[in-house]
Design a protein around this ligand. Sequence first.
Ligand SMILES: Nc1ncnc2c1ncn2[C@@H]1O[C@H](COP(=O)(O)OP(=O)(O)OP(=O)(O)O)[C@@H](O)[C@H]1O
Ligand SMILES: [Mg+2]
Length: 333
Amino acid sequence: MPETQQKHGEIIISVENLEHSYKDFKAVDGISFSVKKGEIFSFLGPNGAGKSTAINILITLLAKQKGTASVAGFDVTRDPQKVRESIGIVFQDITLDRDMTVWEILEFHGRLYNMPFEQRRKRIEELLNLVELAAKRDERTKHLSGGMKRRLEIARGLMTRPKVLFLDEPTIGLDPQTRLRMWEYIKGVNSEGTTIFLTTHYMDEADQLSDRISIIDHGRIVISGKPWELKNTLGRDLIYLETNNNEAAVRFLKDLPSIRNMKVKSKGFVLMVNEDGSKVLPLIIDTLRNAGIEISTINLKKPSMDDVFVFYTGREIRDEGHAKTSFRRAGGR
Ligand SMILES: Nc1ncnc2c1ncn2[C@@H]1O[C@H](COP(=O)(O)OP(=O)(O)OP(=O)(O)O)[C@@H](O)[C@H]1O
Ligand SMILES: [Mg+2]
């Protein structure tokens, strides 16, 4: 299987103890991680976590202050030009010239990178098909929808067949359906052999797309792993309970053998269980009934990436409307 071979291959991005401060504010606070060739790797974190700062150092847009970082075998400080030649970039904010057509955007980019005429023409056709913009080739970018602009930016990022494509919040502000399509394009690009490094604050996006994720908060990586590994750290199932005496309930339940961990919420509490939750439920209900505690709500579910995020950062991440995210302290609502 070429895909698995590829994904277990060499390291293509390597970062150690990276730090970055704006004046005396530390935006990136000593992060270390590596990305393997052929992977889709994500930074998942809320607004202001330091995702763009880290990505901007890797793409050589921001000068590195502390630590080491290399992309495609080249050090970002010693060989910035070589790094730039190895990568494609899609920025968080749209950066298309509004009056240029779809074709012109790609053609101009190809010329900028000295691609020969025939090669440019062929690559543009391939990419227009890949991102389904062939019908819009002569449209000015100001007349494209938000999703189309994103797709065009991805195509532009791929013109030079980069080894690594950096996507900073690729689906921000897009409607749910367009986001799903965008994931398909990103997977398509990845299956062409391109390593993908993306940042997102969408839990489901990181979960669905990534081979591996690092959750980043306040400039630090709080946990890294494959999506299922991260979810598994919370146990096999989660049981949410509300009772007439949560404090007592927690005391009675905490020593049951299948309970891995518990977390108190504002109105109830969550039990993380090591086995099939539906098999543990009768025991939980009996234990509480025998203790004279009344249950008002029971909810059984599989751990999601949201649960992972809340567990490791103590906060919820919420998408409100389009581009804005806010979070609130767990228990503080
Ligand atoms: N040029 C700058 N000057 C001063 N502070 C900055 C600058 N750029 C970013 N910051 C601060 O550094 C922190 C990290 O910002 P960064 O843009 O890296 O976060 P992010 O994770 O990409 O957030 P978002 O999800 O909103 O894009 C924030 O507190 C931000 O205000
Ligand atoms: Mg950002």
